[in-house]
Design a protein around this ligand. Sequence first.
Ligand SMILES: Cc1cc2nc3c(=O)[nH]c(=O)nc-3n(C[C@H](O)[C@H](O)[C@H](O)COP(=O)(O)O)c2cc1C
Ligand code: SF4
Ligand code: SF4
Length: 622
Amino acid sequence: MPNYEKLRAQAEESWRPIAEPQRPLIKVGLTTCSRAAGAQETLDAVRGELAGRGPSTGSGQALEADVMVTGCWGLCYAEPIVEVARPGRPATLYGKVTADQVPQLIERAVAADGIASELALAVLAEEPLDGVQPLGSLEFFRLQVRRLMANSGVVDPERIDHYIARGGYEGLAKALSMTDEQVIGEVSESGLWGRGGAGFPTGRKWDFLRTAQNTPKYMICNADEGDPGSFVNRNLMESDPHLIIEGIIIGGYATGASHGFVYIREEYPLPAERMEKAIQQARQRGLLGESVLGSGFAFDLEVVRGAGSYVCGEETGLISSVEDSRGMPKIRPPFPAQAGVFGKPSNVNNVESFASVPLILRHGAQWYASMGTEKNKGTKMFSLSGQVQRVGILEVPFGTPMSDVVLGAAGGPPEGGALKAVQPGGPLSGIIPASDIDIGLEPDPFRERGMLMGSGGLVALDDSNCIVDLAIYFEWFAEDESCGRCTTCFAGTRRLLEILRRIAAGRGRSSDPEIMRLLADTMRYANCAHGQAAPTAVMSMFRFFEDELNEHLYNKRCPAKVCRDLVRYEVIHHSDRLPVAEAICPTQAVVRENGRYRIDQGKCVKCDACREQAPYAIAVVD
Ligand SMILES: Cc1cc2nc3c(=O)[nH]c(=O)nc-3n(C[C@H](O)[C@H](O)[C@H](O)COP(=O)(O)O)c2cc1C
Ligand code: SF4
Ligand code: SF4
């Protein structure tokens, strides 16, 4: 029978060459975001370069180094990232290492045993080294408390030994020595609540399943992560899959569940691949199966793929989808703990909720609760995107000011732009104005503003965005993704969208705000949170951006110059780029008369092609 100490000792053996390398070790982060930036090509180039310089080639002085794949540090803006570790010295992280830069990186950082300073991002040390700053002093890192992300970028996510050697599955071993009620007590005491958006206390939810009478019971991990701009769950699955698996097994033990499902959206192929591999490895090590760690507790786990529907992230829609039924949210009660998958008691938790559990068991509830605020304990991962200088993923204690994250860590909008708003946690969460950027990242300040903090996406929007246009996007998304069960939801979102589009077209009516408020009130009676929360962005617009809305409604102006029917293109300067603009215009609206250019408004379809070619000469005016 497997025994945790034995597993740990064996794992430490295979981790030692990574932790204390005896020859150069090159780590390349390989995740969805880094692949998009060319990390696979960088990795191939590293392998190719080393093969070309290896002992078997007989080329000059042979170069020997090990290569390893890791997950993601969260520094998406600096991908592809390559770490070079050399014996007896702190490792160095290099950023934006494209395949063609690999030969010079290897020459300088490995062969010459120096530093490739122009690519160096940070050293993994407390103090600067060779003029390179420590990782912790990077703007993106300064605020972070990496508990959930402790292994991200550090371990090979496809090697269970790396996880175990760094304390993985210790929480499970501890849990198995406790009673189910004690485990739930520990989770409750930590203050953990669900990270999927609804914020329900995890311990309490688990107790519903534990006390359910029917069997078998199911544990379900919600990895649907459908909110545009949210990619924290993806990052965890790709970087540290065993942390999630360990949490699910502990949940199974605490509730009496015998089987688990990890529901992963279709658009996440790499997370699914890594979770599948990790499950297989856990099975091989006796961490899943007939007798988990020899305890007699039987639990197994499988990956189920979604088909790309947003409402399949809603727990009852997800349960239908796991059953291979149409993924539509159901009417509750019965709640999943009474009748979930195949009518049996089930529990759904978000990826990050499960990932927090092993840490709570390993270090204790008190340790977990030592971070955060009075009401919200622990840390939270956030993905940062939109108009920011540094896109990425970070982990901060609850209550960290949003300004420190969006303006500090992410650097705010690129030069020339000013922050207008932040869209937190998905299209149902609302839009927070830049004037409120100092609020703490925890649910309460968002709730006080009629919004939701959501599951961790923070999308920054600069002043080139129009509030009506944004509301149109969010209502379009809600309407498009509505499952169609409730008239309040599918017709309500459709109606909101029609009104908003009319306002953007300059045909708004003074009665529109009242009608939209009435619709929002009615939609609160929709079956699930999708319909109920669909008008949140519109309500944010009323609350925080009323002047801008009124400009559209009453003055038929779009101050951000985005709504196409409320703007026109004009030639404002002469430029030698104007003939290019004339040539590219698809409707021959850029016309030359008596040696001067003008835009024929009757022909212009506002496609922006001319302005892209002649930005100094052609402007959008309202
Ligand atoms: C339309 C809709 C989409 C949702 N999508 C997700 C999702 O992608 N991931 C998630 O964890 N929760 C999502 N939720 C929330 C789930 O219904 C559920 O509350 C959550 O998975 C419970 O896990 P937690 O208690 O750990 O937060 C969604 C809810 C709604 C209404
Ligand atoms: S509120 Fe919308 S998404 Fe939810 S069940 Fe009703 S129609 Fe479907
Ligand atoms: S915006 Fe498009 S259609 Fe209008 S003038 Fe420019 S290129 Fe032509």
